[in-house]
Design a protein around this ligand. Structure first.
Ligand code: NAD
Length: 509
């Protein structure tokens, strides 16, 4: 594995401030939220956290704005999102800079994240003319039965550090065309990216005549997320993060009969069958397992290889892992940037120790890089670990680049292993056998929300609904008909005859 040198914290701070100045989003200094970069592990700026009173006022403002926004025709609401998409195109490189500085993503992945935002804006603009309901055959003469989708209310968006901008856009672009207003509580680890997004949307609102209060930003820690979870004015809480967070947010929202959309952790597997193209599989596996330094919810964490091809596949993987360039995420050659924090590195180290204690064997990686150059930053070599059986640590999501490798004999056994973890987000099979591919994607195949053939587990397109089952939380967002979670369904029956006919032939009076 090669290592690329790091930029200085001063250079990163200047770069972040230049971007914020271009976006007219330079924050006032304050207390409570610390902008930090995992690239050097050092602090950039201290910002003011949103107070509980200001958060309450933000929800009240978004709630009041909803009353007028819901009455704006949906295609006109789409104009706001169209303008946001234009501004994102214009500032794609700027926003990607902030994503790299705060989340440590390599350049092409940071640009990809902003592209995803642009894509969802395009999708939502089209959607603004397609919020279709349906007409249902009524059993009564002279009656019309219809189903219409209406705006829902305030959407509270709670987001994670690893997609500091795209998850907001998935939720916000769709919510806005659906006639909802949004209050966003981003990760406390990525406040500058959030300020930039908020500013671009405020500009789009000003330029299209939409009320600014369609979107409000809360900067701070989980306590602000808890306020959103508990507030009855927040109709939908869309929360992206760990299973631990979902376990806390889900019941709180349910206790007040609010609606929750949960996008939680994954523990994603890929099955490599004997007929697989091993070169293609190896490339896909390395991107899915080591890309984003293993910090995607869809990161590949378990490899289930047929025993006939496991050796040849592992030769390819250990060789690729040995050549991964690790270091400055701004450098073109780098493929693996930093972990978000020392805690993340400690979790990785502990997971590797546990795996060894449980009989696992380290095949590649696992070390730390650049500790001398940047003692506060945590660059980890992606690790490959051979395990026997799927117990203990293999069943957990460690948010770091560790790929556990096991073998199988029959596809039924592989599917069983794929499904035998508490999470259910993403899965893949590599095969050239159409029967195997069909079985894996069928009702008796993978139990995940995302099921891929001959591609890795990460890197979904925005056109499909995104999310997963079991402890992943069951939510779906982004494309397809995920918009329905952001609207309320109204079933209307109209009697246009001059007779009262009761359903089910009931007679009365
Ligand atoms: P995290 O759970 O620590 O934090 C996520 C967000 O939730 C933050 O904004 C945080 O402040 C807030 N939060 C935490 N506890 C809360 C509580 N009790 N009440 C209200 N808000 C609370 O997650 P993270 O470390 O930022 O992100 C990594 C995790 O997110 C991983 O588990 C990853 O798989 C998951 N993730 C899932 C998806 C998905 O779409 N399924 C996408 C990205 C990340």
């Amino acid at each position: 594995m090669t290592t690329t040198a790091l930029p200085s914290t001063d250079a990163l701070r200047r770069r972040a401030l230049d971007v914020l100045a271009r976006l007219d989003a330079v924050p006032a200094e304050g207390h409570g939220v610390r902008a930090r970069t995992p690239v050097t592990g050092e602090n950039l700026l201290d910002l003011a956290a949103t107070t509980p009173d200001a958060a309450d006022e933000a929800v009240a403002a978004a709630h009041a704005a909803f009353r007028s926004w819901r009455a704006v025709p949906a295609p006109r609401r789409g104009e706001l999102v169209r303008r946001l998409g234009d501004l994102l195109r214009e500032h794609k490189a700027d926003l990607a800079d902030l994503v790299t500085i705060e989340a440590g993503k390599i350049r092409s992945e940071a640009l990809g994240e902003v592209q995803e935002m642009i894509d969802i804006c395009d999708f939502a603009v089209g959607l603004s003319r397609q919020l279709y309901g349906r007409t249902i055959a009524s059993e009564r003469p002279g009656h019309r039965l219809t189903e219409t989708w209406h705006p829902l209310g305030v959407v509270g968006v709670i987001s994670a550090f690893n997609f500091p901008a795209a998850v907001w856009a998935w939720n916000t672009a769709v919510a806005l065309v659906c006639g909802d207003t949004v209050v966003w509580k981003p990760s406390e680890l990525t406040p500058l990216t959030a300020l930039a997004c908020d500013r671009l949307l405020a500009r789009a609102a000003d330029e299209t005549g939409a009320p600014r209060e369609v979107h409000r930003l809360l900067l701070g820690d989980r306590a602000l997320g808890e306020l959103l979870a508990d507030d009855p004015r927040v109709a939908l809480v869309s929360a992206t993060g760990s299973v631990r967070m979902g376990r806390q947010v889900g019941p709180r929202v349910a206790a007040r009969f609010g609606r929750a959309l949960l996008e939680l952790g994954g523990n994603n597997a890929a099955v490599v069958a004997p007929s697989a193209d091993l070169d293609l599989a190896a490339s896909a596996i390395v991107f899915a397992a080591a890309g984003t330094a293993g910090q995607r919810c869809t990161t590949l964490r378990r490899l289930i290889a047929h025993e006939d091809v496991a050796g040849a596949l592992l030769d390819r993987l250990t060789s690729a892992y040995g050549r991964l360039p690790i270091g400055d995420p701004f450098a073109d050659a780098t493929l693996v940037g930093p972990l978000i924090s020392g805690q993340a590195h400690e979790a990785m180290r502990r997971a590797l120790d546990t795996a060894r204690a449980e009989g696992g064997k380290l095949l590649a990686g696992g070390g730390r890089r650049l500790a001398d150059a940047a003692p506060a930053a945590f660059y980890a070599e992606p690790a490959l670990v051979r395990v026997e059986g799927q117990n203990g640590i293999v069943r957990e999501e460690t948010f770091a680049p560790i790929l556990y490798v096991q073998t199988y004999r029959t596809l039924d056994e592989a599917i069983e292993l794929n499904n035998a973890v508490p999470q259910g987000l993403s899965s893949s099979v590599f095969t050239r056998d159409v029967g195997e591919a069909e079985l894996f994607t069928s009702a008796t195949g993978s139990d995940c929300g995302i099921v891929n053939v001959n591609i890795g587990t990460s890197g979904a397109e925005i056109g499909g609904a995104f999310g997963g089952e079991k402890e992943t939380g069951g939510g779906r967002e982004s494309g397809s008909d995920a918009w329905r979670a952001y609207m309320r369904r109204s079933t209307a029956t109209v009697n246009y005859s001059d007779r009262l006919t009761l359903a089910q032939n009931v007679s009365f009076l």
